[in-house]
Design a protein around this ligand. Structure first.
Ligand code: PLP
Length: 396
């Protein structure tokens, strides 16, 4: 027998976290690395949220185990927030509080998939999706949409990928890594297609508030309400409230799915930290003014990074409409000599940029689309301009 099970041994390390760890290690060693790797807002968590956590630490109620599926106050706050932000009516029994959106995604797939069930995954995709699907026994089926179609899949493409084993269609808008935002009409077309073929939809709405140029992030079960009984929504506080390290996410879904996923969580992790849950109650029950301030800073950085990247010969960067990532094609740089080396893949190029310019970006290989780099623009304006300036000098 193998020391490591086949199921776990087959999982790849998270490439985005690996790039971030490497950049942080170089930085700790004194190198002036500028990190575009992590999908992490640079802002501090808003004060009123931190204050709620401080108070929660002193409250003896929070020293104890609470219901595995989440504090009732937080479930209610999620119900209210879902109505306010998406126009979707749900009840606390439709909600499971998880250790971040990541756990929500894993638990949702574990709850829905039997061995061999297929999940249609639009690519470029967030690194974790295929691994979470495989870990749950499922089979990811990738459908690639490149920059010529604004990184958005069409009904024709997903229909071509559908088989009798397809159970779930995975949807993520605004998208990590591309920043693509599907219009209401596009969401409706994909939702109607899923409905027509009896598929489930897992929709990851974690970037819902980060949209630009007057775009809206339409919620799939609101646009196609007939899907409600076969739709699981994933969300969390990480990106909206600069709370990545607090680890609060959630699943909103049909009651039987939520109940089964809660059973799983009750054995895996029990309840999420009460202190973090209390902080999330404050975040969700507060207004969206801090969110709007961060959004407008991201918007400014978005314009800067897109125009600076497009000034580099060989780089083509479409304008992202949401999240905080720019996802340029760097195919024009491959096979070209850069300071003595000739990278032929985006992975090699990313290594080279880290070495020669001390700039960290994640290669498209991590997202199922070689030939691209992902730059998170959730970093300070000065660092952003300095980092892309270094690339312009190295590549210019
Ligand atoms: N979904 C997407 C698309 C993400 O980019 C992330 C974080 O990078 C998550 C979910 C999960 O976030 P968290 O687990 O920090 O709540």
């Amino acid at each position: 027998a193998h020391r490591i099970s086949a199921r776990i041994g087959g999982i790849a390390e998270s490439a985005t976290l690996a790039v971030d760890a490497k950049a942080k290690a170089l930085k700790a060693a004194g190198r002036p690395v500028i990190g575009f790797g992590a999908g992490e807002p640079d802002f501090p968590t808003p004060d009123y949220i931190v204050e709620a956590a401080v108070e929660a630490c002193r409250d003896p109620r929070n020293h104890r185990y609470t219901p595995a599926g989440g504090l009732p106050e937080l479930k209610q706050a999620i119900v209210d927030k879902t109505r306010r932000d998406s126009g979707l009516e749900v009840e606390p029994a439709n909600v499971l509080v998880t250790n971040g959106g990541k756990q929500a995604i894993y638990e949702a797939f574990a709850t829905l998939l039997d061995p061999g069930d297929e999940v249609i995954v639009p690519a470029p995709y967030w690194t974790t999706y295929p691994e979470a699907i495989r870990l749950a026994g499922g089979v990811p089926v990738e459908v690639l949409a490149d920059e010529t179609q604004d990184y958005k899949v069409t009904v024709e493409q997903v229909e071509a990928a559908r088989t009798p084993r397809t159970k779930v269609f995975l949807f993520n808008s605004p998208s990590n890594p591309t920043g693509a935002v599907y219009s209401r009409e596009e969401v409706e077309a994909l939702g109607r297609w899923a409905l027509e073929h009896g598929l489930w939809v897992l929709t990851d709405e974690i970037y819902e508030h980060l949209v630009y140029d007057g775009q809206e992030a339409a919620s799939l079960p609101v646009v196609v309400p007939e899907l409600l009984d076969r739709c699981v929504v994933v969300n969390g506080v990480a990106k909206t409230y600069a709370m990545t390290g607090w680890r609060i996410g959630w699943v909103v879904g049909p009651k039987d799915v939520v109940k089964a996923a809660t059973n799983l969580q009750s054995h895996a992790t029990s309840n999420v930290s009460n202190v973090a849950q209390r902080a999330a109650v404050a975040a969700l029950n507060g207004d969206l003014s801090a969110v709007e301030e961060m959004r407008s800073a991201f918007d400014r950085r978005r314009r800067t990074i897109v125009s600076m990247l497009n000034e580099i010969d060989g780089v083509v960067c479409p304008e992202p409409q949401g999240a905080f990532y720019a996802y340029p094609s760097v195919k024009g740089l491959l096979g070209r000599e850069i300071d003595g080396s000739t990278p032929t893949t985006s992975a090699e190029l990313a290594e080279l940029l880290l070495e020669k310019a001390e700039v960290a970006a994640v290669p498209g290989e991590a997202f199922g689309s070689p030939g691209y780099l992902r730059f998170s623009y959730a970093l300070g304006d000065d660092d952003l301009a300095e980092g892309i300036g270094r690339l312009q000098r190295l590549l210019g």
